[in-house]
Design a protein around this ligand. Sequence first.
Ligand code: TNX
Length: 518
Amino acid sequence: LAGSLLLGFVACGEKKVPLNFPKTDLSAEAIIPKPVKTVPTHSAFGLDGQTAIYTSQTDGSFAEVGSYLAETIKNTTALQLDVNQTAEATAERIIYINKAESADIANAEGYQLYITQDSIILNASDAAGAFRGVQTLRQILPEVSNDTITDHPLWLVPTGKIEDAPAFGYRGAMLDVSRHFFSVEDVKKYLDMMAYYKLNTLHLHLTDDQGWRIEIKKWPKLTEVGGATEVGGGEGGYYTQEDYKEIIAYAAARHILVIPEVDMPGHTNAASLSYPFLNGNGKALKPYTGTQVGFSTFDTRKEETYAFIDDVIGEIAAITPGPYFHVGGDESHVTKKKDFLYFIERVQKLVSKHDKTLVGWDETVQANIDPSAVIQIWRPTHTANALKAAEKGNKVILSPAHKAYLDMKYDSLSKHGLTWAAEIPVDSAYQWHPETIVKDLPRESILGIEAPLWAETITNISELEYLAFPRLIGYAELGWTEMEQRDWEDYRKRLAAHTQFLNDNNVNFYRTKLVDWQ
Ligand code: TNX
């Protein structure tokens, strides 16, 4: 904020006095993900206690975005701005959050931001777009006020115009709460960070060999028995249905969709331990606290198995407002191929019965699934499954393990993480293209990307954050910003400018030497 001075006005007592704003450059702001278009006009909007927020009030959802903005402004500046309260005439400066025609802003997550000395106008056709635009505003609102321009502090927002919309409609993160359990508070903190970087989907991996983490009222032993273990022998834990609803509501307030996953027919030791009739591997059951995969399976030829799954999907679907239900389907190494295909087809019917769209790991594309089902690609060596999905009309989510797995170590010195797919330093995590990573996969087949965080090697939120940050921030940009607009050198400089935000929010991030942290 140096250079020549620009004239603005601020009320001081009764009369307006001219202000000298420092020259700003909106296009030089460290916004992540990088917006589609930014046009700077080099002056400033001086945010202070006389600023008020007004929103469209057609259905309440824009007003909620306004309140969220006020809340976050209060957190950084301690200013308490009125939302839809002060008479418009008495507010000195105004932030408008307007509902635009969808003809003007076609993407529901798109937004336009017009910042002048007197007002900030945020336009979006949907509250989701307004919410994304608010994140941009948060990122360009300085942490520190300017106290020399007038008789009270002003937080100077650079003026100009931003037009923005995401490249992909699905920008996700997955948390494995099975291998180690993470509390509702931990998940909320992760959701807050996801929101800041405009991610829009949280995939919860709720069940695995080492633990079952979601209350099912008809089958209470799932959590009593199956919830009591985790990797390394810790006490485990689980979400009650009320806890789960709390996560969903918290996510929804951030315009983030939650996708529950019940992984089957493999990865089911905890379920079979709770109800042994489910077990199909013929071996004696015992709690599993190791990190091997691929040894468990449901009995796919028993009707009771499907009655059980019907109940499980039914109870979870009833408290999940989003359209998707993830059935896992990965690494069922001890399920015979024909049994696996039969199983996925039966489960597809149950997912449809409960009005959800099936999501499955890439193995499930081999089965006869609905064309609406979504395939999550995880093995970079199995791109044939991605092409097969496209051919069948199924959309794909890209989570190539060697690039997008948050549980991979950064490098040989990493404190946590695995290495089976790769070591993924921060530059490598950023330098790939969802658009082209699977050769010949048509763009229309790509729903978006997701960064899974498997939890074998992490036991608490601080370790979780060590693996997730800063890589998750890069994935957020890969999902939002088109390929032509992405550049590692430019990105690493913007990322460095997020040091204070991460510190202020007590996020434990890996201070890679590839970024000049501030
Ligand atoms: C493979 S990726 C798995 C998980 C493990 C992960 C560890 C996938 C669909 N299955 O069960 O946790 O590797 O990186």
